[in-house]
Design a protein around this ligand. Structure first.
Ligand code: NIG
Ligand code: FE
Length: 420
């Protein structure tokens, strides 16, 4: 009999996220109906969860003098947050553009003038691999402090072969140097780099397909593309994702962020794991995506982005949920449209501006976020056999989580059974 190595007991609420379907993300009423155990415990054996239940069911014969026992009286225990959309690795920052934005310039105007993403590309190309690593580790430490235990990290500020490969390499290596698990995504098709200005978007994605993707096998499970005015048009995004799919990559897209170009539906038709942003996605298109993909494609909503870009329009999350589209929430951490790592704040804004309930918001940043990066089998819920990634919070109920606006409720972070 393997003893428990860690037991967290007497929790006011254990947010298990269990009880819904196990073969697909939570959608519709299931986002609200997962199991909360009052006065519960979570027990771990090594890096795995061994048992979860009410205190009356805790089998104390598994507790030995070596077992670490944590008292969570009055507190919530929940799975570690899964941050399913970040641009973790970049050089410099864009504080200078914040002021331009406050004076009224739009995101796309700043990009068209050679700033925005292109300004971070210049800073990233100029940075050494050590500097990029140092920045990434600094940001990962911040994420861990907010209770993020798994994090997706996109490339996309290199836009040439060597720098893009460097960004993926740094993301992977950073994952090995601290406890937060990092899942790299290749976003070489972020915008068209200056070197391809004349040749255009199609020539640039052809270059990526020909010269870069073959070196990414086993390094990044997903490719992503920014389908937007000033970035990649729909037909080029379709071509790129179709070709990448044939090469065996999972698909993601940045789409319907600032305009409705049809990118989300196109990517979902190709079997995308997630479609991200969706502020301009209509509820009718959301219903079609849900039906066409049999509820498999997750819409990753990023509520801090419209806030930071001073945009009135937020993705209609309530309608997406009612129309059966699985939703996840993320910060989109990056130097241009969301310099915040506070995923808890994103949950609050999702409740206030997108119509989420607290339970839906929690599900969207745990189990559904894990689905959005292909990791639902090992994280996102408190169920025996999953990785022992969990949080003890300074609050007593799920309703309090998005209520304390802007606060970090995390008291203790456990990753792989170890205090992190
Ligand atoms: O997800 N929209 C495109 N890309 C990023 C922003 C990147 C940047 O502005 O540096 C996003 O919002
Ligand atoms: Fe993004």
């Amino acid at each position: 009999m393997l003893p428990y190595t860690l037991v967290i007991q007497n929790a006011a609420q254990v947010l298990t996220l269990a009880g819904g379907p196990t073969d697909r993300p939570l959608a519709g009423a299931d986002l609200n109906n997962w199991l909360i155990i009052e006065n519960g415990y979570v027990a771990c054996q090594g890096d795995k969860i061994a048992a979860v239940g009410p205190m009356a069911a805790l089998d104390t014969t598994y507790i030995t003098p070596e077992t670490r026992v944590v008292d969570a009286t009055g507190r919530v225990v929940m799975p570690g947050l899964v941050e399913c959309h970040t641009h973790l690795v970049f050089g410099g920052n864009r504080a200078h553009e914040f002021e331009r934005k406050l004076r009224g310039e739009s995101y796309l105007d700043i990009l068209a003038s050679g700033g925005g993403i292109l300004s971070t590309v210049r800073a990233t190309r100029a940075a050494s691999e050590e500097e990029l690593m140092e920045n990434a580790l600094h940001h990962l430490e911040g994420f861990r402090h907010y209770g993020i235990t798994t994090l997706e990290a996109k490339s996309g500020y290199g836009l040439d072969r060597d720098t893009e490969l460097r960004l993926v390499r740094v993301a992977r290596a950073a994952g090995g140097r601290q406890p937060v698990r990092v899942v790299p995504t290749f976003l070489g098709a972020h915008v068209v780099p200056p070197e391809f200005k004349e040749a255009g978007p199609r020539a640039y994605v052809d270059f990526i397909l020909r010269e870069v993707l073959s070196d990414l096998k086993g390094e990044a499970a997903f490719v992503d593309i920014f389908c937007e005015e000033g970035a990649f048009p729909l037909n080029v995004a379709r071509y790129f994702l179709g070709q990448a799919h044939k090469m065996g990559f999972g698909l993601k897209i940045h789409a319907e962020q600032l305009h409705d170009l049809g990118g989300c539906e196109m990517a979902a038709e190709l079997g995308a794991t997630s479609v991200d942003h969706c502020d301009y996605l209509t509820p009718a298109a959301a219903a079609r995506i849900a039906q066409q993909t049999d509820g498999r494609t997750v819409a990753v909503l990023l509520p801090l982005v419209p806030l930071f870009l001073r945009q009135e329009k937020y993705a209609p999350g309530r309608e997406f949920i009612e129309n059966g589209l699985p939703v996840a929430l993320s910060t989109d951490f990056n130097p241009g449209s969301c310099p915040s790592k506070n995923l808890w704040l994103a949950l609050s804004v999702a409740c206030l501006k997108m119509g989420f309930t607290p339970k839906e918001a929690v599900a969207a940043a745990t189990l559904n976020a894990a689905w959005a990066i292909g990791h639902a089998a090992d994280c996102g819920s408190l169920e025996p056999g999953k990785r022992a990634d969990l949080l003890v919070l300074n609050v007593g109920s799920v309703a309090e989580i998005p209520y304390w606006l802007g606060e970090n409720p995390v008291r203790e972070v456990v990753i792989g059974g170890e205090s992190a």
